[in-house]
Design a protein around this ligand. Structure first.
Ligand code: NAP
Ligand code: HSE
Length: 431
């Protein structure tokens, strides 16, 4: 039985988990694949660093040629992150007819369609279950289980760090900085945590999901993207008062010609499953035309959950290689350029928190501006200060369904008024 030899590019959080899982489940995996899986070489930046105990340090190298120049290496597992040099390494692997397993959503969001076409032409696999939802098998569900259905929309929590930070702020009163530090210590955050908290990681994942769900090739930098830095404890408090939790969401919908993709924090009703997906858990809801809703949930980041997805891909591409069937993972993937629906054209309910000086006529001006732009108010509260103290008050409004363009125009009008003490917080309401 010939061993399947793996070349690992990167051995940090996820790579460490993969090494550990391959070691712990070695005999079971060998039986499943029909051949032992062996880590042949491991590319890193700093060979002196502490690593997972299961790793034989003699396998470490800083020279990519030790991997690409070794013809006995069958499969390349890219767990470095980023675009450069990961892209050139993945291309080199494909061009040398080796299947690739990657968890690199940034690389896939930027160059995914080209890499898919390259792998299709070379007749090798490009597998990326670990790139979205950590241990949740959402890529498999889209590619296999729902292959016969038409995906109309998808939405959910796709960044574990954001969900962890929001949960710790909301439930435990932690500051943003402390919660983020904790997420980093647990191995949930990207090497640059700004990718998480500014929403880019979720946007990358949404672009990957849109490839499989809608066959869409979109420019990732055009996806409307908002992060969670601006959410304040007072927003969590008001959200709860109105019966909502604040979650960071990725939302996609197939509109026929255009696709709607957006990433932003949103108010989610407390009595929904999504509102109760806490900490590092992710949840993705897929809406199939025939199936209806399908909700997938599980640990969305961290070493072992992600390793489960990566090792499952390794098993698949190893089995395919042994059986001369490489390339099946992406054989049916067909992507076409799709325009993005402008965010101004979306319709939603809104949470608007105004910070204003409490003077006669202020509420009338705010509600008047909204009314003039067809934005109808559903609920309203005012809290704090008072005109005798001179300190600003919080005025929070929930709207009925309105066009984003109309809301923005009304807010621009209000923003120009001298009673406004600081910028208005705008959050969409989902569900
Ligand atoms: P990480 O802990 O920062 O590990 C990155 C690894 O790649 C390190 O071993 C690093 O070497 C190596 N590396 C980076 N640049 C390199 C270069 N130019 N040359 C050689 N080696 C290089 O990152 P991670 O959290 O494991 O994430 C890896 C990938 O998985 C990323 O694409 C990430 O987005 C994705 N992902 C992460 C998670 C998660 O929960 N962390 C979940 C899903 C997907 P040194 O160790 O020597 O620095
Ligand atoms: N940084 C990512 C997250 C890792 O927090 O979701 C999982 O993709």
């Amino acid at each position: 039985m010939k061993t399947v030899r793996l070349g690992l590019l990167g051995c940090g959080t996820v790579g460490g988990g993969v090494v550990r899982l391959l070691r712990e489940n070695a005999s079971y995996l060998a039986a499943r694949v029909g051949a032992p899986l062996e880590v042949a070489r491991v590319l890193v930046r700093d060979p002196a660093k502490d690593r997972v105990a299961d790793l034989d340090r003699a396998l470490l190298t800083t020279n990519p040629d030790d991997i690409f120049g070794d013809a006995s290496i069958d499969v390349i597992v890219e767990l470095m992150g980023g675009v450069t040099p990961a892209r050139s390494y993945v291309e080199r692997a494909i061009d040398s007819k080796r299947s690739v397993v990657t968890a690199n959503k940034m690389l896939l969001a930027v160059h995914g369609p080209d890499l898919v076409e390259r792998a299709q032409a070379a007749g090798v696999d490009l597998a990326f279950e670990g790139s979205v939802g950590g241990g949740i098998p959402v890529i498999r569900v889209l590619r296999e289980a729902m292959a016969g259905d038409w995906i109309e929309s998808l939405s959910g929590i796709v960044n574990g760090t954001c969900n962890f930070v929001l949960t710790r702020m909301q439930k435990d009163g932690l500051s943003f900085d402390d919660a983020l530090r904790e997420a980093q210590e647990k191995g949930y955050a990207e090497a640059d945590p700004g990718l998480d908290v500014d929403g880019h990681d979720a946007a990358h994942k949404l672009v990957v999901l849109a490839m499989l769900a809608f066959g869409a090739r979109v420019e990732h930098e055009r996806v409307p993207t908002e992060g969670i830095r601006a959410i304040e404890p007072i927003d969590h408090r008001f959200a709860a008062r109105f019966g909502f939790a604040i979650k960071h969401l990725g939302i996609g919908r197939d509109h026929g010609t255009a696709v709607e993709l957006r990433v932003h924090p949103a108010l989610v009703p407390l009595d929904t499953t999504l509102a109760n997906v806490s900490g590092v858990l992710n949840a993705i809801s897929l809406q199939g035309r025939a199936l209806g809703p399908c909700l997938l949930s599980g640990r969305g980041a961290g070493d072992m959950p992600t390793a489960v997805s990566v090792v499952a891909d390794i098993v698949d591409v190893a089995v395919a290689r042994i059986n001369g069937a490489s390339g099946l993972k992406i054989r049916g993937v067909q992507l076409s350029k799709r325009p993005l629906l402008p965010i101004d054209d979306i319709e939603s309910r809104y949470y608007l928190r105004f910070v204003v000086f409490d003077r006669p006529g202020v509420l009338a001006r705010i509600t008047g501006a909204l009314g003039d732009h067809n934005v109808s108010i559903e609920q309203m509260v005012q809290e704090g200060g008072g005109n005798s103290t001179g300190t600003p008050v919080q005025v929070v409004l929930l709207t009925h369904e309105a066009k984003e363009r109309d809301v923005r125009r009304a807010l621009a009008e209000v923003g120009a008024c001298d009673f406004v003490a600081s910028s208005t917080r705008v959050l969409r309401i989902h569900g």
